[in-house]
Ligand binder design. Structure first.
Ligand SMILES: Cc1cn([C@H]2C[C@H](O)[C@@H](COP(=O)(O)OP(=O)(O)OP(=O)(O)O)O2)c(=O)[nH]c1=O
Length: 192
């Protein structure tokens, strides 16, 4: 049985696109980058922690045949990791920094089974248009930035801020589907 350890509605929709049957587990992992931890190591670790916490939440008898998927997505600019904005000012500050620049979006997917684990990382580049204060304020006021790494959603109005994307659209949205499908296949997890 495949489980998705995530509260993100985007990840549910994206995993559904693969045609796999899965159940959702609610996990609540503390996302805190350790001192000296690289952005990639951090994203991988958090994805792995989510999958492990999901696996640990299963009743013992369900664990034998279980595969739990955890994922994490962060926006990285100049070595700084932008997670989900804490408030309006934080969201506006992130968008001001992303304005007119190219940043990376790192997404990791991790699978944890009874006695094994495997993961993949996907890095995409996103180029933002130069944004004036009025555009930033209006976008923040729309509410869309909240709950999204880097304070934008490529799948929403945020698309109007993006000049180009080099990489994986689904990866920026939170679950890189090419990598996820390959991982599930290699893991021997059932796909329909
Ligand atoms: C950059 C970007 C991020 N996001 C979202 C994907 C993730 O849901 C979120 C990054 O936060 P995450 O911590 O990766 O995920 P989450 O807290 O939403 O869900 P969970 O930990 O329960 O799996 O940002 C978009 O929806 N669109 C985008 O363009």
């Amino acid at each position: 049985m495949l489980y998705l350890a995530s509260q993100s509605p985007r990840r549910r929709d994206l995993l559904g696109q693969l045609g796999v049957v899965f159940s959702v587990l609610d996990v609540d992992v503390v996302e805190q980058r350790a001192i000296g931890e690289s952005p990639t190591d951090y994203v991988q670790r958090v994805a792995c922690d989510k999958a492990k916490e999901g696996f640990a939440s299963l009743d013992g008898y369900k664990r034998t045949a279980a595969v739990v998927l955890g994922a994490d997505t962060e926006v990285v600019l100049d070595g700084d990791v932008f997670g989900k904005p804490s408030d309006t000012a934080d969201a506006a500050a992130m968008l001001r920094r992303l304005s007119g620049r190219t940043h990376e979006v790192i997404s990791a997917v991790w699978l944890v089974g009874d006695d094994r684990e495997a993961g993949e990382v996907c890095v995409s580049k996103v180029r933002f248009a130069t944004l004036d204060d009025a555009t930033i304020d209006a976008y923040v006021a729309s509410g869309e930035p909240f709950g999204k790494a880097g304070a934008y959603a490529i799948q929403g109005r945020g698309a109007t801020l993006i000049e180009y994307l080099e990489g994986s659209y689904s990866g920026v949205m939170g679950l890189p589907l090419f990598e996820t499908a390959r991982l599930l296949r290699n893991f021997g997890a059932h796909t329909a």
